[in-house]
Design a protein around this ligand. Structure first.
Ligand SMILES: Cc1ncc(COP(=O)(O)O)c(C=O)c1O
Length: 398
């Protein structure tokens, strides 16, 4: 055990499920390239682990949000091209040119700066023009494309290779706004083609499933790579075949009997109403578990749903395991997200309780939580099941 994995709150990354999700997505788009989004530490799953596995599957181009993410991954040895999705400033140009990045551009000033840096270092750089068809975040107006590309002709060291846009509402049941965006994208595509742009990409996960007209020449899946649904109102039933890649677990580090009327944790926001067996687990908001879930969270121990009680602290919180008296001991496994026996807690359950989206739950898992790859070729796979007798059986010990 290295000192990082001595932290008992750990995220297990199931590589076989990652492979399954990629195959599912690839099946939906045919031979078009998938450019998976591994930004924000691969939506909290561990960008190096995910990136390496995807490179092993043959994927060569990844979406990141910022050039710093591309640099970290390239320096870690990931052999890939990084599309840098967020808007950048000229001071980013030396990094964008030095590393295998294809930035998204939406100002001529940025193109000029990239061109200057590329010329200075004897290189050319590919970039993608972002058009705003309705997201309202970054990108030029579609009507400005011809003028923009005309001006880019002055900068031969920058090759505007692609044109892209993004959907704000592809995950909603009503696809009419998305359809309007697609129509506008297709009209603008003809203008861009006349300037030599050959690669058009638009689809996020929701559009990959529900808007085949948006598949264009390449797609940029994010949340679905990790086996999570873009929303609960997706039309394509194939979304149900996604397999969640993340399993989030911890261990019991302290157990105590307390009498009725005992106040627990900061502010005594919970008081026992009966003699209770209380477990302490090393899970807190410092691990990415929101304090807003205090007294609402449930965890699986011994295959049973147990209520978290008292305020969630930075590093620890408490679980009422009275129902498991005589069957629970120090070191027992606690599932935060995942299956144990017949019970399952999903990322979507946490998101719903917190009033947010699954994206935020996984992305918020803190850096100190070790990400542990689990897969056919990886040692230490952790798989648990609860037998019919209710006892927890660890199939492969870590
Ligand atoms: C420009 C762009 N493309 C693709 C994606 C992937 O989206 P999703 O995770 O919904 O598949 C994102 C995610 O935020 C994005 O910003």
């Amino acid at each position: 055990m290295d000192h990082h994995s001595s932290h008992f709150t750990q995220a297990f990354i199931h590589l076989d499920r990652l492979t399954h999700n990629m195959r599912l997505l690839q099946g939906l788009v045919g031979i078009r390239p998938l450019w998976p989004a591994i930004k924000a530490n691969a939506y909290g799953h561990g960008a190096q682990i995910v990136g390496r596995h995807l490179v092993g599957l043959g994927y060569k181009t990844f979406c990141v949000a910022h050039v710093s993410e591309a640099i970290d991954l390239a320096d870690a040895g990931l052999k890939a091209t990084f599309i840098v999705l967020s808007a950048t400033l000229p001071e980013n140009s030396p990094y964008l040119v030095a590393y295998p990045c294809e930035p998204v551009v939406c100002t001529v000033e940025m193109v000029e700066s990239l061109a200057g840096e590329a010329a200075r270092t004897g290189k050319t750089i590919s970039a993608h023009l972002k058009i705003d068809t309705g997201m309202g975040r970054v990108g030029i107006h579609p009507d400005a494309v011809a003028d923009f590309l005309e001006r880019c002709r002055n900068y031969p060291n920058v090759s505007i290779k692609g044109m892209m846009s993004h959907f704000p509402m592809a995950d909603e049941a009503d696809k009419s706004f998305s359809q309007q965006q697609i129509a506008q994208f297709h009209r603008t595509r003809e203008v861009a083609r006349s300037y030599g742009i050959r690669t058009f990409h638009f689809a996020n996960s929701a559009a990959i499933f529900d808007l085949p007209d948006a598949h264009s020449d390449a797609v940029r899946p994010g949340i679905s790579v990790y086996g999570l649904k873009p929303s609960h109102v997706m039309s394509n039933p194939q979304v149900d075949a996604l397999q969640p890649v993340l399993e989030w677990k911890t261990r019991i580090t302290f157990l105590k009997e307390v009498p009725a009327g005992t106040g627990l944790s900061y502010g005594h926001a919970f008081r026992t109403d009966r003699p209770s067996l209380i477990a302490t687990i090393p899970l807190g908001y410092g691990d990415g578990m929101s304090r807003l879930l205090s007294n609402k969270l449930e965890l699986l121990i011994g295959g049973v749903r147990c209520p978290q009680v008292g305020r969630i602290c930075m590093d620890q919180c408490l679980v009422d395991v009275t129902a498991l008296r005589g069957r629970v001991k120090l070191g027992d496994s606690v599932v935060i997200v995942g299956r144990q026996g017949r019970e399952e807690i999903t990322v979507d359950d946490l998101a719903q309780q917190l009033g947010t989206i699954n994206y935020e739950i996984v992305t918020n898992i803190a850096g100190r939580v070790p990400r542990i790859p689990v897969g056919p070729s990886m040692a230490g796979a952790s798989t648990e099941s609860v037998g019919d007798d209710g006892t927890l059986k660890t199939l492969t010990e870590r």
